[in-house]
Design a protein. Sequence first.
Length: 401
Amino acid sequence: MNKITRRQFLYCSAALFSASAIPAWAARPSGAKPGNEYGKEDVSGRVFRGDAPEKPWKWSHEGLFYDKLKNDRVICGVCPNRCNLAPGDRSVCRSKVNIGGTLYTLTYGNPCAVHLDPVEKKPLFHFKPRSKAFSIATTGCNLRCLNCQNWEISQVRPEDVRYSELFPKEAVEAAKGVSAESIAYTYSEPVTFFEYMIGTARIAKEEGIYNLLISNGYINREPLLELCRVVDGANVNLKSFSDSIYRKLNGGRLQPVLETFRTMHEKGIHFEITNLVVPGYADDQEMVKRMCEWIVESLGPDHPLHFLRFFPKYKLNRLPPTPLSTLTRFRELALSGGIRYVYLGNVPDNEGNNTYCHNCHKMLVERKGYLIPEYNLTGNRCKFCNTVIPGVWDEGGPGPV
């Protein structure tokens, strides 16, 4: 474990600014293999039996939103997995454990990834352009995506990677120290470090720093409502619009994610939707058409939608990248279906990276990677036709590149 100092953080932030989301020291233990190598899963594949430490450690915190049952069993209520844990068991996300009849998180103040990112990297295209997001992650995920790009930290236990000590107050101070306008909970799955996230977010809110949730949206309504009190923006990954594909590709279910979108829309949270187009899984045109119809009917036309290009990763490393023609066709389909702002991701120098006014169709924001050479909004309005553009924008426009 490394206790991070402000000097070290500033140095690392500068060095890692343009690097991968995963630092070199956040790798798996030597010789480890992807998958369920820790403990032993029960027959339902839900939890790890007998894999909890004997006692809490410094970075433990009693879990939120859980129920105590007979015989010292507990049920975690943060996400739809609702892990039912006997004493000594570990949750499917590997971050929660039952120690002596109490549910503990093991990821409170020990992030394994700390970066300063452009907000566009999240991706958030309608939230404070050109601003910087102080990005943190611990280990853990409540899904089992075959194509996970961050599996080195999402599919391991917190005690199996190197980490830094950064409790909520320290995280906020570090964000302020590098003039970040927001803190992004990202990279792995922030729902699995819910207690650390919300503890940090509450302090950040008091200090005037925005909170950004970058998530798979696999969370129950009650904790989500609590999170909506402090979250200012989000990007939620809609893996597909098929429950069977969710089960096969991601180890989860579709409906809870749709409910997350409805709840966030109901609470007025700015969010953008990401759909990774995985060949053979999420590239069916009729399914994408149904997805776009649902978005317009249930959420309206103003939540930006990002179609991301897939590249071979993790357990799907033999699949080809998504054809650009497929992404272009899906973007056209979504625009014609009524979604006003549709983007293409992982495709540099494509017009699908730019923002165009839905009224006059002139370019509002040009993007070259994470740079913005052209910006044509005045506050939240199109400079050309004065149409209000949905999102969270700077009153006078962003600063220089």
